[in-house]
Design a protein around this ligand. Sequence first.
Ligand code: NAP
Ligand code: 8YV
Length: 309
Amino acid sequence: MPDLLQIGGITDVMRARLEEAFTIHALADTALPSETITHVVTNGHDGVKPEIMDGLPNLKMISCYGVGYDAIDASACVERGIMVTHTPNVLNAEVATTAVMLMLACYREVLRDDAYVRSGAWAKDGNAPLTRSADNQTVGILGLGRIGQAIADKLAPWGAKIVYHTRTEKDVPYTYYPNLVDMARDVDTLICITPGGPATNKLVNADVIDALGPQGTLVNVSRGSVVDEVALVAALQEGRLGWAGLDVFEREPQVPEALCKLPNVVLLPHVGSATVETRAAMGALTVDNLLQHLADGTVISAVPECQGM
Ligand code: NAP
Ligand code: 8YV
């Protein structure tokens, strides 16, 4: 059977299916048969480090268990004729739910009020302070792609006015902002859902955060690299930004202590797609891509860079 290198975790269902077609090797295996590895299964966080890719001379395909593939150098893969696949679409609804959940949790102070009940403050001090309504807000989506559109759809029942910023204008019924600072100035909430990588590094900088302002809410479900975390913490501490709901961080799983101490943030451990149902769908597509490539050299969901291969 061909040799498959596993980087990062996979589910039992994925393993059982893969074991029928491949011999699976763990990255930590000291007797790793580097010369014969033809396929890699990895995820959006671990990716494939350049030094690992360099050590696999016969690598033909990388299947990423996730849609974001910024931890894999897809251009280098194209040069070497290595196919890269990912898991678009099957997680759109789940990640959109996470974004909306973070937005609602910020507006309605879910964590503060949960603590209010648990601490006994309700009985001791009376009703909790009022919160802000999440209805009828102007929401700016940074990255109106597959997931961005799903977020816009999920926000419709809340009467949100959707506007967006991307590099290219889309054929959608929402106002387009070619300039991100201008959009941040005009919205109540900014939701980040672009890919990570150099092109979006610290796109949400101090200027964008200041434009969002003291009444503004920032939600990040994209990658930690998209937001300047130092600028974000300073703005939240100084009241220049109102609230932040974050699923992703610059140095996961490390989260700045200063962020953890703030009352005006909701923090999640990168769980945007992490439900049993959605991970099953992502896992199935990850394995289907590997098995199809093994069978006839084609794949179901190549990353854009590899679509001409
Ligand atoms: P997609 O369909 O490719 O959409 C990406 C959007 O970002 C497009 O609208 C694109 O438009 C825009 N964009 C790209 N580069 C940009 C830039 N430099 N400036 C402004 N806009 C830019 O991707 P998707 O499937 O929606 O996924 C988006 C990302 O979400 C993934 O890559 C991943 O990083 C993240 N994600 C996170 C989780 C989680 O668990 N938190 C789960 C899944 C995905 P233009 O090309 O016109 O700019
Ligand atoms: C996963 C993600 O948690 O798909 C993505 O881009 O960020 C998440 O769905 C990640 O890929 C790790 O598997």
